[in-house]
Write a protein that binds this ligand. Structure first.
Ligand code: AHG
Ligand code: MN
Ligand code: MN
Length: 363
């Protein structure tokens, strides 16, 4: 089902060499730390700062995984002892994830500032710590409304280079198009915890082995199938879509045209829906609708990082008319319509959405 690219001979990198030597097996002992170091060796000019950011993010992910795993238990305890605690634990898990990431990242001297879904403005590095040359943008807990029903949630992150001159990071550092990302990734807290990231040398997946507390390389060089199996979209917005969106959905479902119908799968956690489609092939769509004319998902810490990953895996991401990675940001929490996944399905969305309004049966 999952397909990995051939790495024999076509990429003379250390990480590629390591992938070809260490096959994907249950006994893989390539830790995420080792993999990051190997990738860094491909860049003799690297200072190790980006690697440090990725280590710290992996640590934060383990800490969040731990909280997510015990959230149900905290719920049970809260329900028997104190209803307030129960309510707080559930509502505050995304706030807690936010704090964990900030605390894990603010003191390393590698970041000039951060931005989070949970904070209105940019997060400065405290005065007592050194400022670095990168900026981090993140969604600390994606799909957090699912947490109380034990459905997978995730964390999404994006790293860009500082472009302003001052010591501290500024809004301008955050508002860079996605094609300028130097690293991006996500963590899925599912039946197992996985971290998938890219630095532009392929997309690689690591599964947390809870017995030793290490992320181990389990999905090297992920490739998304060109043609998808799954369609992930919230169909309840159908009455609010415009005719072009309806037309493309009808084609995905095999109701118009000559395409094989996709199977509908919608978790309601972007990370979970994206991850399934990345491995199995498919498209995730969150179109603009009459109530949310710019879509719902955020460009800088949801769409951009996943678009970087999907392109590295051979897929595509568009807002309907433009490649996601080329959208020029103007606001920190900017929303964007998103069509992301297998090449053929995303290309169909682009064609239909940027074309003339179709004549729909019954319209
Ligand atoms: P978040 O929990 O970070 O606010 O993100 C929720 C998002 C995303 O995970 C999911 O794909 C989408 O909201 C679901 O929205 P609908 O309920 O409108 O389908
Ligand atoms: Mn989210
Ligand atoms: Mn969130």
């Amino acid at each position: 089902m999952r397909r990995h690219a051939s790495v024999t001979g076509d990429r003379p990198h250390n990480s590629a060499r390591m992938i070809s030597v260490v096959k994907h097996t249950a006994t893989s002992v390539v830790t995420i730390d080792r993999f990051i170091i190997e990738e860094e060796r491909n860049h003799p000019e690297a200072t190790g700062e980006l690697s440090g950011i990725l280590y710290d993010l992996a640590l934060a992910a383990k800490m969040i995984a731990n909280k997510v795993r015990s959230a149900g238990l905290a719920d049970i305890l809260g329900a028997t002892e104190d209803e307030n605690v129960q309510g707080e634990v559930q509502q505050k898990l995304d706030v807690l994830a936010n704090e964990i990431i900030i605390k894990a990242m603010d003191h390393g001297g590698r970041l000039c500032a951060m931005a989070s879904e949970e904070e209105p403005g940019i997060i400065q590095i405290p005065e007592m710590f050194k400022c670095g040359k990168y900026a981090l943008l993140f969604d600390p807990l994606d799909g957090s409304s699912n947490i109380d029903v034990n459905v997978p949630v995730g964390t999404i992150f994006s790293v860009v280079r500082k472009i302003t001159r001052g010591r501290h990071g500024e809004l301008e550092d955050m508002l860079q198009p996605g094609r300028r990302q130097v690293a991006a990734g996500y963590v899925i807290y599912g039946s197992s915890t996985m971290m998938v990231y890219t630095t532009g040398q392929g997309a690689h997946g690591f599964t947390l082995d809870p017995s030793i507390g290490e992320f181990l390389l389990s999905h090297p060089n992920i490739k998304i199938p060109d043609t998808g199996r799954y369609l992930s979209v919230n169909d309840s917005y159908e009455p609010l879509w415009d005719d072009n969106v309806r037309a493309v959905m009808r084609q995905y479902k095999g109701m118009d045209g000559d395409r094989r119908a996709l199977s509908t799968r919608y978790v309601g956690s972007l990370v979970a829906d994206f991850h399934r489609n990345l491995l199995g092939g498919g498209i995730f769509a969150y179109p603009a609708n009459k109530k949310t004319p710019k879509g719902k998902l955020r460009l800088l810490y949801e769409a951009n990082p996943l678009a970087f990953i999907v392109e590295q895996a051979g897929g595509l991401a568009t807002n309907g008319s433009q490649r996601i990675l080329d959208v020029e940001p103007t606001e920190l929490h900017q929303r964007v319509p998103l069509y992301i996944g297998s090449k053929n399905e995303v290309e169909l969305a682009r064609q239909v959405l940027s074309g003339p309004a179709p004549a729909l049966a019954g319209a």
